[in-house]
Design a protein around this ligand. Structure first.
Ligand code: ZN
Length: 268
């Protein structure tokens, strides 16, 4: 709003996703343990965040936001959730700061409402999208692409339809080349009605967990490339934030705000 990207009435607070939506995607036992705060010690360690009722509420609202953004995208071409992208949550696991897989839930809701069928997930968070691969890997109408640091979390992977491993220190030029090639491969295979773009801020050179070396200009070019290619293919596009771990949170905000501005420019 401060940058003039959106008016106050264009930024909405999402409702929590109903448990029934989550049950359509995730294992019931896992959801019961999340809901009741009875995750096992191993699960709590894997999640990496202390359990609280507020954490669960936040997770459900993040999913609600991605569903709302996806519905908005179907109607208006693009939509964005200022959250979501929790791609390490799989059918029966919740790890890496991710409770629920918002993209898989949003796709399920769009399909149940007859708003979309075929999907392409372009995951540009610096970490591999193992949870999304787990949930959508066997889905013939969903294609998953993940571009990520080769030597980074998660260390035991679940393969995406297309995984692009990038060497530590990869900079703008090599990244954008790899991304463009991945889109060349994925777009015709996906024939997507809806694209989900995980616009992670963590490939940035200053990120504490990233290990890649993209500049802010490089990340802006990435956003433009993904949005243009997805929209050019005829897909609607739902953008979600995913990770960002800059030393100074203002840098992460800066990167996320630039993504939001790129989305907003495509609404006019
Ligand atoms: Zn990440």
């Amino acid at each position: 709003m401060a940058d003039g990207t959106a008016r106050a009435d264009e930024v909405l607070e999402p409702d929590p996703a109903p448990w029934a939506w989550l049950e359509a995607v995730h294992d019931r036992g896992l959801l019961e343990r999340i809901r009741g705060g009875t995750l096992t010690l191993r699960e709590r360690r894997g999640l990496g965040l202390p359990w609280s009722a507020e954490l669960v509420e936040r997770g459900r609202r993040a999913v609600g936001g991605s569903v709302a953004a996806a519905r908005f995208a179907v109607e208006h071409g693009v939509g964005m959730n200022l959250g979501g992208g929790t791609h390490h949550a799989g059918r029966d696991f919740a790890r890496g700061y991710c409770l629920f897989n918002d993209v898989a839930v949003a796709l399920r809701v769009l399909r149940s409402e007859g708003l979309a069928e075929r999907a392409l997930v372009v995951d540009c968070d610096v970490h591999q999208g193992d949870g999304t691969a787990d949930l959508l890997g066997g889905d013939p109408a969903a294609f998953t692409v993940s571009l990520h640091g080769a030597r980074n979390y998660p260390f035991q992977r679940i393969p995406s339809d297309l995984d692009v491993d990038l060497a530590s220190g990869t900079g703008d030029e090599a990244y954008l080349e790899a991304l463009s090639a991945a889109l060349d491969d994925a777009l015709p295979r996906a024939e997507a009605d809806i694209g989900f773009f995980l616009a992670g801020a963590d490939p940035w050179e200053g990120d504490r967990l990233g290990r890649l070396a993209l500049t802010k200009a490089g990340l802006r070019a990435r956003d433009e490339l993904v949005l243009d290619r997805l929209l050019g293919s005829g897909a609607r596009v739902c953008v979600v934030l995913a990770g960002g771990y800059a030393e100074d949170v203002r840098d992460t905000v800066d990167i996320n705000a630039a993504t939001a501005a790129a989305v907003a420019r495509r609404l006019c």
